[in-house]
Design a protein around this ligand. Structure first.
Ligand code: ADP
Ligand code: ASP
Ligand code: MG
Length: 348
């Protein structure tokens, strides 16, 4: 019988510090007893923002201040490493790998400071470092718990177009790469810990899927590996009836459709990257949103059709900094292509 395969993604708050990573490792260990697991991780909380800030400081030629960012990030990751990994040899090995990534980041920022130019391609390289730092920590924490695990960089798996800062996957090519790289690990009972947020073009240039894009990484991998389910572990109980930061008594929605969830995400519900469900639309794989801080709670199930609540409003979202453009005029009705031209002009 085919083993159940789950892709589980953990967001920045869920891997925010050593205690959180320990909790994540325990969840993965428990779930891996019931079948195969591919883990996808975000950067530790706040790290991507700090990296983007460092890139901006480099572009402005502020060498001291971007070096200060890297010093803080180094401290944050080395502290987590020291708390998570007891085995000295493994700790040194992971520590040396983290140092290599910090050196890479500093070199990229030095180059940017020299040129005083930050291209979208370089920004992707710098902002991707957070996931490349967190994946070895999470894999190391799993090994500490006796789970066989290995970090994998998604540049080896997710093939994208070259739209830096918001790339889209080429699914057929991604399927081939992911099968070739991940299936042998899964067959051997190894839990791959994949960097979220990142992909690479066919030619190997690193891209990112857009801010919050690790959710999308999880569904892309779930779709190409024909996963049975995808679980997005975050810091709230599921998709809620409103943003809990604005409405403290918002409630968890037990089941919601792909379309409803996409619409909420598109219109401001940060809990999901707006493209998350694109990748699974065809396969119809259920996507769960669950709380890594309260794994006993069931969460929200996102399914192709969802479940009716009898016709009432299911959820509200709010989105800031929106401009509303009204297009009108006496001669607009019946003018050929007026809608097409309006959209084209607005897009420009
Ligand atoms: P992660 O780091 O796990 O990807 P995010 O911060 O990206 O988490 O998304 C989770 C956050 O989304 C929650 O902490 C919550 O504040 C916010 N949020 C906004 N709207 C909603 C909603 N309708 N349901 C759930 N969470 C929401
Ligand atoms: N670390 C990336 C970000 O902060 C991606 C993610 O967290 O999903 O945007
Ligand atoms: Mg997110």
């Amino acid at each position: 019988m085919k083993k159940t395969l789950r892709v589980m993604k953990f967001g920045g708050t869920s891997v925010g510090d050593a205690t959180c990573i320990g909790r994540v490792a325990q969840i993965v260990k428990d779930v891996s007893r019931q079948g195969s697991v591919v883990t996808v991780v975000s950067a530790m909380r706040g790290v991507t923002n700090r990296l983007i800030e460092a890139a901006g400081r480099a572009e402005a030629g502020e060498r001291d201040s971007f070096h200060a960012n890297f010093a803080d990030l180094r401290e944050q990751h080395q502290a987590a490493l020291a708390r998570l990994i007891q085995d000295p040899q493994r700790r040194d090995q992971i520590g040396a790998y983290l140092e290599k990534i910090f050196d890479e980041g500093k070199r990229l920022c030095e180059g940017t400071a020299l040129l005083r130019e930050l291209t979208p391609r370089t920004l992707d390289l710098i902002s991707s470092l957070g996931e490349r730092l967190s994946a070895p920590l999470v894999a190391g924490a799993l090994v500490e718990l006796g789970v066989r695990s290995e970090p994998v960089e998604a540049t080896e798996l997710i093939v994208t177009d070259s739209c830096h800062g918001g790339a889209d996957p080429l699914m057929d090519r991604t399927r081939k790469r992911a099968e070739a790289r991940l299936r042998p690990l899964l067959d051997q009972g190894v839990v791959p810990v994949v960097t979220g947020f990142i992909g690479a073009t066919e030619g190997g240039t690193l891209t990112t899927l857009g801010r919050g894009g690790s959710d999308y990484s999880a569904t892309i991998l779930g779709a190409v590996l024909d996963a049975d389910e995808i679980i997005i572990w975050t810091d709230v109980d599921g998709v809620l009836t409103a943003d809990p930061r604005l409405v403290p008594d918002a409630r968890t929605i037990p089941e919601i459709s792909y379309r409803e969830a996409s619409e909420l995400a598109y219109f401001g519900a940060k809990v999901l990257h707006p493209k998350t469900l694109h990748a699974v639309a065809e396969a119809g794989i259920p996507v769960w949103i669950r709380n890594s801080f309260a794994p006993e709670r069931i969460g929200t199930k996102i399914t192709p059709k969802g479940r009716s609540n009898g016709g009432g409003v299911k959820a509200l979202t709010a989105i800031r900094d929106v401009a509303l453009i009204t297009v009108g005029g006496p001669g607009i009705v019946g003018v050929p292509d007026v809608v097409g031209r309006t959209f084209a002009t607005t897009a420009e």
